[in-house]
Design a protein around this ligand. Structure first.
Ligand code: FE2
Length: 413
């Protein structure tokens, strides 16, 4: 029988070698030396074949806007939020769509085939939501864009925000968001977490909160998120993004908190490039790293994925949509340099975020035929080199190919 696409001689993340046969949009076979013909053959030549990269935390309504209308002088989260407020008033829906599509093209070229993007719903014009709903439709066949209704200026702090969250969900936004540490008081933050969980339970949706993105060790909204997850029966459907205050918390308190997060099956999404940049800005020396306690969360059995968060926007001047950059920074900041830990870091930008988003990705027969061929020997080599994505295959279609750059050395020694 003939296949539609055959990836020959790929090295799987576990080190074994196999051909991957694709029929339509599904992986039909994974085994060495498949004899059948195929309409198209991609020769992986012994290079790493992986499940696609997935970014579980991004802001597509702000991306590629760096410098507009000015740059973030202090480098802090709070100036970023203020700057985004200025940009929101100026940008048109077409601006947002154009920048978002440009970012999607860049990310697809890097093998990213799914993104969970928060979309700010506190803009009364609603143009951010309308723009990203349009982008989600345009990219649908190639990239899964999951949207979170994110009240950037606070569920209670911004007038009308709760109604805007509901309006966004009614319009088709997928996930309930929030930002409890940005409410006026801890009590308002607690109430915002409760409101988000109740709304999600009512509508059968997932929750993903910007939670405790703060150096304040007393920012403990993750505790409320875990408790509300259990109370509302949302186990396995809620996520705490950032959780940076956990870095600064008292160890005794954390010893109680970690099992609670595990019990509630709350996922965690640290964003290492951004958290290492935004946090610790008010410290002298030593300066805190500001990323949450990743190895400790993993040891408790918590699902943890690394997110990109920002690329060239009011919060971060760099970034390229490359999830290997994200994992590279993440493993450095978390001291995850043992071989098993580095392989885990690779999974934290491929398999694990796909699980959080509820996607049918993975190198297994019967799953969606979405995968990436990298110019690397194995996942650790990929993290070290962050090499070319030789071929990116989405739903059985080759959607991007890259020829590796070649260095020609002169007569050196
Ligand atoms: Fe974020």
């Amino acid at each position: 029988m003939g296949f539609d696409l055959l990836v020959r001689n790929g090295r799987l993340p576990d080190g074994s070698t196999a051909d991957i046969a694709i029929t339509g949009t599904t992986i039909a076979a994974i085994e060495p030396g498949i004899a059948a013909e195929a309409a198209r053959v991609v020769d992986a030549a012994g290079k790493l074949v992986s499940a696609p990269f997935v970014d579980a935390h991004f802001h597509m309504d702000a991306t590629l806007s760096y410098g507009s209308p000015r740059i973030n002088e202090s480098g802090t989260l709070l100036e970023g939020i203020a700057l985004w407020g200025e940009l929101k008033a100026l940008q048109t829906k077409d601006d947002i769509v154009a920048r978002a599509l440009e970012y999607c093209r860049q990310a697809i070229g890097k093998g990213v085939l799914a993104i969970r993007s928060h979309v700010d719903v506190t803009d009364a014009s609603f143009r951010t939501v309308e723009a990203l709903l349009e982008v989600r439709d345009i990219v649908r066949d190639t990239l899964d864009l999951q949207l979170v209704a994110f009240p950037q200026d606070g569920w209670f702090r911004a007038p009308g925000a709760e109604a805007q969250v509901i309006r966004a969900l009614d319009a088709g936004v997928d996930v309930v968001g929030g930002i409890p540490h940005f409410e006026r008081t801890m009590a308002d933050g607690t109430a915002a977490v409760r409101a988000a969980c109740e709304l999600a339970a009512e509508r059968g949706l997932m929750v993903d909160l910007h939670c405790d993105e703060s150096d304040d060790p007393m920012s403990r909204h993750i505790e409320t998120l875990a408790a509300e997850t259990i109370r509302c029966g949302l186990q396995g459907r809620t996520t705490g993004s950032h959780l940076t205050s956990m870095h600064s918390m008292d160890n005794y308190y954390v010893a109680k908190l970690l099992p609670l997060i595990a019990e509630a099956q709350v996922s965690a999404i640290p964003n290492p490039l951004i958290n290492i940049t935004l946090q610790g800005r008010m410290d002298s020396y030593p300066k805190r790293r500001g990323m949450t306690r990743v190895p400790e969360l993993l040891a408790q059995g918590v699902t943890v994925a690394f997110g990109q968060d920002c690329v060239r926007d009011p919060w971060y001047p760099l970034g390229s949509g490359d999830m290997l950059d994200v994992a590279h920074m993440g493993l450095h900041v978390a001291h995850m340099t043992a071989p098993d830990e580095m392989r885990r870091a690779f999974e934290m930008v491929t398999r694990t975020p796909a699980e959080i988003l509820g996607l049918d990705f993975g190198l297994e027969v019967g799953r969606r035929a979405s995968l990436v061929v990298l110019d690397a020997e194995d996942p650790i080599d990929a993290l070290r080199l962050r090499p070319a994505r030789l071929a990116v295959i989405s739903n059985g279609r080759v959607v991007a190919e890259t020829t590796p750059a070649e260095t020609r050395l002169g007569d050196l020694f």
